[in-house]
Design a protein around this ligand. Structure first.
Ligand SMILES: Cc1cc2nc3c(=O)[nH]c(=O)nc-3n(C[C@H](O)[C@H](O)[C@H](O)COP(=O)(O)OP(=O)(O)OC[C@H]3O[C@@H](n4cnc5c(N)ncnc54)[C@H](O)[C@@H]3O)c2cc1C
Ligand code: SF4
Length: 615
C-alpha cells in the first residue's frame, strides 16, 4: 500500500526522504528503482494532477474571474494549493524597511510592492512547486561550476560540468525536455537524441529575434520540460536502467501514460495528460509501482534524530491529520524539503552532540542563501497592433529565449559587473484575463463604447515583456537562521531571513534595463514605464524569483562546507541533502534541472554505498 498513514508504516526503512518536489521526487525515483525501501514524508496534502487539474476552465467560470488573491497568487486555477508567499500556520520572519528594520512576520505581499528584504515561496502539496513551475530547464555550463576560478569571486563547486553531464542527459531523458543544441559558449549541448524537438517560434518570438540579431543577441529555442512528442517508451527506459529490467518496465509503463502536449492550455494549472514535468506525474508513479515507496502526506518533519554515536536514526514529524508527534526510523535520511526548509530542519535538530544543529560543525548551515537576480521591462509594439485573428497556440511559456551572450566582452573587462543573465520573454495573444486591458488608457487617452472595443482589438497582443534572470554571487549578508521567538502552529521554531544584493547584482540589472530598452526600441516599440539607470531601483526582491538555493553548501573541505561532493553531510555519514541547498553558486540558468541532476548523482552514490554496506 504506497500511500500510508503514520500507524501503517513499516518498523524501519532503508531511507527516509523529506519532501516530494523536484529533489524528493528524483531521490525517491532513483532509490526505489534501485531496490531501497523508502518512506517519503511530505508536509502538504495528497494531490493528483490527473483528477484535480482544471485544464479547460475559462476565467469567467471562476470567482473574481480567476484573479490573483493572497492564497492564489498566480490566479484561481493555478496548481498551488496551501502555498504562496505565506503559508497558513507556517510564518517566517523578515526585515521591513518602512518599520525601522524591525523583524516582522512576512505578510501576504505582491512581489512588485513589498518592502520585505526576502520573500519565501512554498507549496504544501504532494509534488511541491513542480506542479506549477514554469519548466524552463537550462543546463549549467562548465564556467558555472568553477566561477571563482574564472573571476576570483564566490565559491567553486567541488564537482565539474563533466561530473554532471551524464546526469543532465538522464534527467532530460526521463522528464522530457524540448529544445535544441546550438553549441554556444557555456550553454551546453545535450547528447544527441536526448532533447525533444522544439515547437515553432510564434510571431512575437520571430519579431524579437529579428531585432536581437541586429543587436548581436542570440535568440534560440528554449529548453522546457514539456513533451513536444511522446517519449520513446521502447528505448529510453532500457537506456536509463540497463541492468534493471524491472525498473525499465515500471518506467516504460509511465512513459506510455504520458501524452504529447496539445499546445492549448495553461501549464501552471498542471497537466492532466502528463505532458509536462511534475514530480507527481513523472517521478512518483514509477517509484510507487516498484512497491518500494511508501508516502505519508500531511507529515511535517521537525528534526532529524541521532543515536549516541552521532548517526542519524530517523526523523520526528507531526502528523497534521492527528496533531500527534511521530517518529520514523531508517538507515539513511535524505532531506529534500527545498533549500531553506532543509536548513531549518538541520538547525532545529539540536542535541548534546550537535548543540548548534545537525551537520553544522562548519557553522555554514543557513549560509550563502541565493536567489536569481531579476529585472524586467514591458513594451508596446505597434507592428503587432491590429493583427488579424490567428492561432497562436503553443506552450504557455516561451518557445525561444536569449542565453547570456557577452562572455568575451566580460573577459576583456568591458562590463562593470561579473557573471551574466539570460532573457525570458513573451507576449502576444494569450487567453484574455482580468486586468489585461488596464494599460490601454495611456495609449488611447481613454475611450468608451464602440471606440473602446476598437482600441481593445487594436492593442490586444501588442504588448511584450522581457525578464532578465541573472547570477547572484553568494555573500556573507544573505542567510537564514532560526528566529529566537517565533514558532509555527506545531511549535517548530521558524526561519528568519537576512538578504542583501551587492553591486555585482544591481549593476547587472542596470545592464538589463539598457538591453531591454534597446530590444524594444529596435522592434519599433515603446517602453512602458521608465528605464532605470540605477539597478538597485529595478532589482527584484530577494527570493521573489523563487529560485532559492544555497544554505547547506557542498564543498571539498569539511571546515567550510556542510556537505561533501555527493551531498553527504561531513558530520553525519548517513545524512544527505539533495535539494537546492548544496548549490554554492546560482548561475543564471534556472536551478531545477540541476537540482534533479545533482540529486540523481547523489542518490546513485548513496545506493552504491548502501549495497557495499558502507552506510
Ligand atoms: C511559479 C514558479 C515558477 C518556477 N519556474 C521555474 C522554472 O521555470 N525553472 C526552474 O528551474 N525553476 C522554477 N521554479 C523553481 C522550482 O519550482 C524549484 O526550484 C523546485 O521545485 C525545487 O525543488 P525542491 O524539491 O527543492 O522543492 P519543492 O518543489 O518546493 O518541494 C519541497 C517539498 O518539501 C515539502 N516540505 C517542506 N518542508 C517540509 C517538512 N518540514 N516536512 C515534510 N515536507 C516538507 C514541501 O511541502 C514540498 O512539497 C519555479 C517556481 C515557481 C513557484
Ligand atoms: S500546454 Fe501542453 S503541457 Fe501545458 S498543460 Fe496544456 S497539454 Fe499540458
Amino acid at each position: 500500500m504506497p500511500f500510508v498513514t503514520s500507524s501503517k508504516t513499516k518498523p524501519a526503512y532503508d531511507v527516509i526522504i523529506v519532501g516530494s518536489g523536484a529533489a524528493g521526487g528524483q531521490s525517491a525515483y532513483v532509490l526505489a528503482m534501485a531496490g531501497a525501501k523508502v518512506l517519503m514524508l511530505e508536509a502538504g496534502r495528497n494531490y493528483d494532477p490527473v483528477t484535480e487539474t482544471p485544464m479547460f476552465n475559462p476565467p469567467v467560470q471562476a470567482p473574481l474571474r480567476a484573479a490573483s488573491t493572497a492564497d492564489k497568487y498566480f490566479g484561481f486555477y493555478d496548481a498551488t494549493v496551501n502555498g504562496g508567499w505565506t503559508v497558513p500556520k507556517e510564518p517566517y520572519v523578515v526585515r521591513k524597511k518602512n518599520q525601522g528594520d524591525n523583524w516582522v512576520v512576512a505578510a501576504d505581499n505582491d512581489r512588485g510592492a513589498t518592502d520585505q528584504n526576502f520573500m519565501w515561496w512554498r507549496s504544501r502539496m504532494l509534488g511541491g512547486r513542480t506542479n506549477h513551475w514554469a519548466r524552463f530547464s537550462f543546463r549549467m555550463g562548465p564556467y558555472d561550476f568553477k566561477p571563482r576560478n574564472r573571476d576570483g569571486l564566490g565559491i567553486d563547486w567541488p564537482i565539474t560540468y563533466e561530473d554532471m553531464a551524464p546526469y543532465y542527459d538522464k534527467v532530460e531523458s526521463l522528464i522530457g525536455v524540448y529544445g535544441s543544441n546550438e553549441g554556444l559558449e557555456n550553454t551546453p549541448n545535450s547528447s544527441p537524441g536526448i532533447l525533444l524537438p522544439p515547437p515553432k517560434p510564434r510571431a512575437t518570438e520571430l519579431l524579437a529575434k529579428k531585432a536581437c540579431t541586429r543587436l548581436g543577441i542570440p535568440v534560440i529555442p528554449a529548453h522546457v520540460a514539456i513533451l513536444s512528442q511522446q517519449q520513446d517508451a521502447g528505448k529510453i527506459p532500457g537506456l536509463l536502467h540497463p541492468d534493471n529490467p524491472q525498473a525499465a518496465g515500471w518506467l516504460a509503463k509511465n512513459m506510455r501514460a504520458r501524452l504529447a502536449c496539445f499546445w492549448a492550455t495553461a501549464c501552471g494549472r498542471g497537466c492532466s495528460i502528463k505532458a509536462n514535468y511534475q514530480s507527481t506525474t513523472v517521478h512518483l508513479p514509477p517509484a510507487l509501482d516498484s512497491g518500494n515507496l511508501d508516502i505519508i502526506t500531511d507529515a511535517m518533519v521537525r528534526e532529524v534524530t541521532v543515536d549516541g554515536s552521532g548517526k542519524a536514526t530517523g526523523v520526528h514529524y507531526i502528523d497534521k491529520t492527528t496533531g500527534r508527534e511521530e517518529h520514523a526510523q531508517a538507515r539513511v535520511v535524505v532531506l529534500a524539503a527545498s533549500g531553506c526548509e532543509s536548513a531549518r530542519i538541520l538547525l532545529n535538530s539540536k542535541s548534546a552532540l550537535f548543540p548548534n544543529g545537525l551537520a553544522n560543525s562548519s557553522g555554514k548551515v543557513g549560509r550563502y542563501l541565493m536567489d536569481t537576480v531579476g529585472g524586467g521591462m514591458a513594451g508596446q509594439i505597434p507592428a503587432l497592433e491590429n493583427c488579424p485573428p490567428y492561432n497562436e497556440d503553443g506552450a504557455s511559456v516561451m518557445h525561444m529565449y536569449m542565453p547570456w551572450w557577452l562572455y568575451r566582452e566580460q573577459l576583456a573587462g568591458k562590463l562593470d559587473f561579473p557573471r551574466g543573465y539570460h532573457i525570458e520573454f513573451g507576449g502576444g495573444r494569450r487567453m484574455p484575463e482580468i486586468g489585461m486591458f488596464t494599460e490601454l488608457e495611456h495609449l488611447t487617452g481613454g475611450s468608451y463604447g464602440k471606440k473602446l472595443k476598437e482600441d481593445v482589438r487594436r492593442y490586444y497582443g501588442s504588448f511584450m515583456f522581457f525578464s532578465g534572470r541573472g547570477e547572484m554571487i553568494p555573500n556573507e549578508d544573505s542567510y537564514c537562521e532560526i528566529d529566537p521567538d517565533k514558532k509555527d502552529a506545531w511549535g517548530i521554531p521558524v526561519l528568519r531571513f537576512h538578504f542583501k544584493w551587492s553591486e555585482h547584482e544591481t549593476r547587472q540589472v542596470a545592464h538589463m534595463q539598457k538591453t531591454f530598452t534597446e530590444i524594444i526600441e529596435t522592434m519599433g516599440g515603446k517602453v512602458l514605464g521608465h528605464p532605470q539607470r540605477d539597478g538597485s531601483k529595478a532589482i527584484s526582491v530577494g527570493g521573489s524569483i523563487i529560485h532559492e538555493v544555497g544554505t547547506t553548501c557542498m564543498g571539498a573541505d569539511s571546515k567550510n562546507s556542510v556537505l561533501n561532493r555527493y551531498c553527504q553531510a561531513w558530520d553525519v555519514k548517513n545524512l544527505f541533502v539533495t535539494d537546492g541547498g548544496p548549490f554554492v553558486s546560482n548561475a543564471d540558468k534556472n536551478p531545477t534541472l540541476s537540482i534533479m541532476a545533482n540529486a540523481w548523482r547523489a542518490c546513485d552514490h548513496l545506493a552504491a554505498e548502501m549495497k557495499k554496506g558502507n552506510i
